[in-house]
Design a protein around this ligand. Sequence first.
Ligand code: WTA
Length: 651
Amino acid sequence: MSQPTPNIESVLHEERVFPPPEDFSSRALIGSMQEYERLWQEAHDAPEEFWARMAEELHWFKRWDTVLKWEPPHAEWFVGGRLNISYNCLDRHLETWRRNKAAIIWEGEPGEQRTLTYGQLHAQVCRFANVLKREGVTKGDRVALYMPLIPELAISMLACARIGATHSVIFGGFSTQALIDRINDAGCKLVVTADGGYRRGSEIKLKPAVDEALKETPSVKGCIVVRRTGTRINMQAGRDYWWHELMETVSANCPAEELESEHPLYILYTSGTTGKPKGILHTTAGYLLQTHLTTKWIFDLRDEDLYWCTADIGWVTGHSYVVYGPLSNGATALMYEGAPNYPEADRFWDIIERHRVSIFYTAPTAIRAFIKWGEHWPLRHDLSSLRLLGTVGEPINPEAWMWYREIIGKARCPIVDTWWQTETGAIMISPLPGATPAKPGSATRPLPGIEVDVMTRAGQPVGEGEGGYLVIKRPWPSMLRTIWGDDERYRKQYWSEIPGVYFAGDGARRDQDGYFWIMGRVDDVINVSGHRLGTAEVESALVSHEAVAEAAVVARPDEIKGSAIVAFVTLEGSHKSSDELKETLRRHVTKEIGALARPDEIRFTDALPKTRSGKIMRRLLREIASSGSVAGDTTTLEDFSVLEKLRADEE
Ligand code: WTA
C-alpha cells in the first residue's frame, strides 16, 4: 500500500534550492548542516542526555531527578525538578543588563504605543499575580483570558504562571457559545477580559459576550476588566472589577511559586473531528525548554534583534512565539493589536520600517493577501532592517514563498517554514536559517531531538517521495500531556490511529534529501486563514438553528484563506430556502462560534449524499464544492439522485 488514501497523493514537485546566505551563516548560532547533523545525531543516540544538557539553560529552583518517565502514551519530563516559567521569562533577566531592555514594544491599531522593559513587565506581572491571589485564585485553579492583543494579556498569562494557576486563553474572535463551552469544560474560576479592542478601524466589544456567557458558567466567581476602548459596558457589582483599580491596591512584590516540572501551565482549545473542541494541556518544564530552544535556534535570536510574530495570542503560535519563547530568551518582542490593512494595506510594512523590525514571523494566508493587495505597498517602505522571515500555520505554496523571499526579503533573508501544532507546543520541523538550504514549500528537516516519519495507516514507513501520514516516533518535552478531562480521547486520537506513534493528522512526504513536505490535514479539520476548525463544530452550530435539519460542512480551496467553508444544508419541514435564510444562518454561526467560522457559501439541498450505513460522504461534497462535479468512486452511495440534484443546484 503505497498511497494510503487518495487524498494524500503528492503532486507538488519543486526543484529550487536556496542555501543560507554566507554572511548569515557565518554569524548564526547554528551555522552549518554539519553542526545540525551533529546535534541531531547526539539527540538520536542519547535523547535523555541531550534534553538534560539543554535543560541546563533554564533556571531551576531544584534540579530534576529523572529526565523522562514514559508510560505510553503518558510522558513526564524532568521529574522531581522545580521551576517557574514566569521566573524564567522575567526575574532571571533582572539580574543582568536586560533589566532595562524592552521586553514588549506594543502598538495599538489606532496607533498608540507602549513599551515595557523587563523590569516594568516584572512589576506588572507581580502586581497582577497579587490581584489574582486576592480574588481567591490559588495554585491549580483555572483562569479564562478573553482579551484583545494588549500587553495585559501577556501580563495575565505570566501572572497565572507565577502563582501556579492554569490559564485558558480564548481567542477574542470567538463568541458567547464558544466562550461558555470552554469556560465550563475547564471549570474556570475567574475571567479576565477587556471592554473591547480594535479591528480594522472598528471597536470590537468583548465584555457583552462575557456578560452573556457568565449566565451559564457556574464555576466563575469574578471578572476583571481592562479598560481598553472606554466604551460603555455593564459592570455587575460584586462580580466585575476594573483592572486598573485593583492594580492600585496591591504591592509589586510577589515571589514566583516553586512549581513541579509537570505543573499544568495552560489549556488551549483546538478543533478536532467532533463538535467538541479539545482542551490541549501543556505543563511547565518541557514546554518552557522547547519553546526556549526553538525560538533561539530557529529565529537565531540576538540581543539587538527586534522580533515580531504577528500571531494573535489566542492561538498557540502566540503562546509559544509571542510570549514564552521570546521572553525566556530575553528578546524584545513587538506586538501589534490590529489588522494588516488598517488604515491601509501597508500597515505591517509601515510597522517594520518605523520600529526597524529584524525578524518577522507570519502566516501564509497573510502573505497571499499581501500578494493580492499588490507589491507597491511593501515597495514603498524601507524593509532593510529585516534579516530573517518565517511562516507557520499551513502549507505555503512555492509561489507565495518566492514572493515573500523576493519582495519582502529582497533575496537576502532566509525563510523558515515551521511545522508544528497546538499539540506539539513548539516547532518540530523547520530549517535552521544559518544551516539548512531551503526549498520553497518544504518545512525541511526535523529539529534535533525530534523523530518524525511518514507512514501508511498500518504503520509501515513509506518510500521516498511517497505520500503518507506524518507521525512522531518518540515523546518530546513540549508534547501535550492529555486532553483536559478526556484522557480516553487523548489516547484514541493521538496514539491509537497508528499504534505506538503520535498521529499528527497531516499528510506528508519525504524527499531524497530527507526533507518533509506537509500536504495538509487528512481528517475533518479544515484550515481557514491558518486557523483550525473542525467541520463538525460548524455543523453543530448550523443544526442548532431551528430551520436546519441537517448540515455537512466541507472546505473548498481558496486563493487567500487556504480553505473556504462551504455548508450543505437541508431544512426542517416548513422552512423555505432563501437568500435571507442564508444570511441568517451565516449570522447564526458567527454568533455561536465566531466570525472565523462563518460559511463562505451555503447551499440548500433536499438531501445529503450518504452511504448505505448513513454516513455523509464528505468526499463527494468536497468534489462538488470545489469542482462542481464528482469523479471519484460513488459505489457506496445510497441514493444517486441526490448527486444529480446537488449538481443541478449549482447551475
Ligand atoms: C498546519 C499552528 C504546513 C498543519 C502552529 C497542522 C502547517 C496544523 C504548518 C496545526 C507548516 C502548521 N506547513 N502545514 N509550516 N504549520 N500547519 O494547531 O495542518 O493551529 O496540523 O498550530 O496547521 O494548527 P495549529
